[in-house]
Design a binder for this molecule. Structure first.
Ligand SMILES: [Zn+2]
Length: 296
């Protein structure tokens, strides 16, 4: 199998996340999701007004299920590769990733431990006829070539499969239907070994997507100008996504001298160029964890 290494074929070179597209679709099709999201926004701002010491909040371990959906043998990734994803993700969420030292000095003080960590409790493996999935949730249903989530109210479900169109992954925000709740990740951007391919082989697609799962938005606010917001007060307003490995500073939206916080997990930079969540992002994630995701 896979004797010949086809490096360029099918490998996405730029980060591409389908979370907002999936989000917009869900808002249209599920009115209750919109209402739940609005309630969560209220709970988040109340929490912001009565800040607790983030260094003392409870450490929460999230029971996590990995659903491997594969067509080729290569896509049926090894247990070792799955484990490598948990090692990376736990470092990122606990801010013990050694490369956080590369965070520009201006933001070093904002690097924050979410005190959220992940434990693999179950792996499923499903053979599919699909050549690749997109953000339409077909990977989450047996009738469309995937597999349903395992106990999604109490477990984070990660699906790992081939994705089409250069998509690295997508996530469902809190408050959506349980049948599709969780995170989908391209098998070429999952973990740090095996089928994981540079520049997305440091496990950060999962850190980014699980950030969405805990209600974080893209750092530029998902508008093609300066009007959007990620609803996080300690991340600078930014005009759009940053790709690759930008040089510091990249000033947009009058956010000088430090510019866009492109080292944040919620930007679109390469895995080797993102190192941090901020304090207010952690507060936002914890607000989701305490309300709509309390079952975890
Ligand atoms: Zn995203």
């Amino acid at each position: 199998m896979a004797k010949k290494k086809s490096k360029s074929k099918g490998t996405p070179l730029r980060r591409s996340c389908g979370a907002m597209a999936a989000h917009m679709m869900l808002l249209e099709t599920h009115p209750s999701f919109r209402a739940a999201q609005m309630r969560l926004e209220g709970a988040t701002s109340r929490r912001r007004d009565s800040p607790a010491d983030l260094a003392k909040i409870k450490i929460v371990t999230i029971k996590t299920v990995v659903n491997v959906v594969y067509k080729t043998d290569a896509q049926n990734i090894s247990d070792k590769q799955i484990k490598s994803q948990f090692t990376a993700m736990n470092k990122d969420f606990r801010a013990t990733n050694p490369d956080k030292s590369q965070t520009p000095a201006a933001w070093q003080g904002l690097v924050t431990d979410s005190r959220i960590q992940f434990k693999l409790v179950k792996t499923t493996r499903t053979k599919t006829a699909s050549n690749g999935f997109t953000f339409d949730d077909k990977v989450k249903k047996a009738s469309t070539g995937g597999i349903a989530p395992f106990s999604p109210k109490t477990h984070l479900n990660l699906w790992v499969s081939a994705l089409t169109g250069g998509l690295l992954g997508y996530a469902q925000f809190p408050g959506g239907p349980p049948a599709t709740d969780g995170v989908v990740i391209n098998f070429q951007a999952f973990g740090t070994i095996g089928t994981a391919q540079a520049p997305f082989n440091k496990g950060r697609t999962a850190s980014h997507e699980v950030g969405h799962y805990f209600n974080l938005r893209h750092i530029w606010g998902d508008t093609p100008d300066c009007s959007g917001s990620d609803m996080v007060p300690d991340t600078p307003n930014a005009a759009g996504p940053n790709f690759g490995m930008p040089a510091f500073p990249h000033v947009t939206c009058n956010n000088g001298p430090n510019g866009d916080m492109f080292v944040n997990y919620m930007d679109y930079t390469d895995d080797a160029g993102m190192f941090m969540f901020t304090a207010q992002q952690v507060l936002r994630m914890r607000a989701a964890l305490d309300t709509l995701r309390a079952g975890l």
